[in-house]
Design a protein around this ligand. Structure first.
Ligand code: GLP
Length: 247
């Protein structure tokens, strides 16, 4: 595992872009899973800027959105489809863009198709991830099976309360469709991003706590090729611990 601790959110985003660009240039990645949330927003903005300057090329890359609320219209401003399209997918030259459709009433076949699509494409070469404040990855909430696949999940109240602030219209859906921990863990490489004090406990747990279903992100500690890029605020508890060990 590689861990980069950057001074602030701006530098974290720049570091993620730098690392990501290098990985893209290695030509070893084709299928990449992309997250939503506040954390990757500046990362996406910087990627789009680079693309506009002709300094990065996504023409060989297939983008896969990790999750989506359910039920949810694709063009709703609250949908993750809208988010990823407006922050990234529609602004660069990706070869292919895939996402879960929260408006398909047959969610079982929606999940099955997405699972099969990922398999048919040869699996994910890379997954970029944020961390939910309760330790979720994608929408794999605490309690998720470590071999869980693309599926419908019921969101925890903690997630609903936090995400309500980012949600504009009407009541927030109680359910979501998400890649499973299996699909995410099988990605050949992982880039995990966390910013701000509110993530510091989860970063600490991720690095030091038990690997358990109660903290879905913890399983990523076992991943053979993971890089973690965090800012000082998110690292505050681990830095304290390191200082304690030194002293
Ligand atoms: C959301 C998404 C996750 C994301 C997480 C953190 O609910 N389902 O994929 O990583 O919450 O979001 P943020 O970066 O805004 O803290």
């Amino acid at each position: 595992m590689k861990i980069f601790i950057e001074k602030n959110y701006e530098l974290l985003s720049s570091k993620a872009v730098l690392r990501f660009k290098k990985i893209l240039e290695s030509k070893k990645v084709k299928n990449i899973a992309f997250p939503t949330g506040n954390t990757p927003k500046l990362f996406y903005r910087k990627l789009v800027e680079l693309y506009k300057k002709g300094k990065i090329d996504f023409s060989k890359i297939s983008g896969f959105l990790i999750d989506e609320y359910y039920p949810m219209k694709k063009d709703s401003k609250d949908s993750f489809n809208y988010y990823i399209s407006n922050n990234f997918f529609a602004l660069v030259n990706l070869k292919e863009k895939y996402s879960l459709n929260g408006s398909n009433l047959d969610f079982i076949s929606e999940c099955r198709s997405y699972k099969e699509l990922i398999e048919k494409k040869g699996g994910l070469d890379m997954a970029i991830l944020g961390i939910g404040e309760n330790g979720h990855i994608g929408f794999n909430e605490p309690g998720s099976e470590l071999n869980s696949r693309v599926r419908l999940v019921e969101l925890k109240n903690t997630t609903l309360d936090l995400n309500r602030a980012k949600y504009e219209a009407g009541p927030i859906p109680r359910y979501a469709l998400t890649m499973g921990i299996y699909e995410i863990f099988r990605a050949k490489r992982i880039m995990l991003l966390a910013s701000g004090k509110s993530k510091s406990e989860r970063v600490w747990d991720f690095l030091n706590g038990p690997i358990s279903r109660d903290l879905p992100v913890s399983v990523l500690r076992l991943h053979p090729d993971i890089e973690v890029i965090i800012d000082k605020e998110a690292a505050v508890l681990i830095e304290d611990k390191i200082m304690n060990l030194i002293n």
